[in-house]
Design a protein around this ligand. Sequence first.
Ligand code: CP
Ligand code: NVA
Length: 309
Amino acid sequence: MKKDLLSFKDWSAEQLTELLTLAKTIKSNPKAYRTALDGLSVVALFEKPSLRTRVSFDIGINKLGGHLVYLDSQSNKLAGREDVKDMGANLACWADAIVARVFAHSTLEELAESAEVPVINALCDMYHPCQAVADYLTISEHYEDISKVKLAYIGDGNNVTHSLMLVGVALGCEVIVITPKGYEVDSDIIALTEKRAAEFGGKLTLSTNIDAAIGAQVLYTDTWLSMGDDTPLANIKDTFAGYELNEALMEKTGADYVLHCQPAHRDLEISGSLIDGKQSLLFQQAENRMHGQNAILVELLAQGFEPKI
Ligand code: CP
Ligand code: NVA
């Protein structure tokens, strides 16, 4: 039976740990996986812009011996031309998997239902699972026992935050989510994260007070305005002032490292000097997008593959 990756909300601690281990194995010995996707084609469908996701999937699939076909709704006017379920069924006639970045999570569900091949969420309104794999892969490269890590996410409660929560508590981390009032994460995701924390041993803390980040080893932020949100920056700037990640906050919290999924806005949600500084893991995170996604692709498309060690 085909397996999709829409959210990670049903992946166990063991499955997530195995995926991170596979990502590290592929990263350390890419040659052994050069034919993992031999003869396989992946369609990447984008309703929103992308730099990291698009390029890391394209180059990553190439490194695994597969082939990517890029479709974007800007140049192809995909939206509205036919029903999503017909698009999914058609794509599955030729492609071995569909990677999709969409506005609504329901679009991914429709694609997954109609396509007889795995569908991978490359970001939607609710989740960014591929990002979370890269994030925890990056963190696990700096801490021997990831289950002892305390991560504080500061900023807008969004798709990236949801995936960090769902994956983090399953790995045993303490995830602290600090948002301004009115920009909290989704209540259903909170309930699900708490359930997963109880099952797998992690912890979720929610706050509007930035001092809740004191003692966290890793600080994380994302844009204050996600793609598709046309709110003028001037309308929210005052609300988010005080939630910026900068050197003073690193010192106050005692954090070792800072992460940001990017695209970053220098001197808004994060100071430019922090991005460029020694505590920044932003570019390691970006590199790990490819290794994490390659592990996902091998897991979903090439389970029986024997690495050529
Ligand atoms: N982090 C991330 O998904 O970046 P892109 O939007 O550039 O793909
Ligand atoms: N929350 C951001 C993430 C971008 C990678 C957005 O959805 O635009």
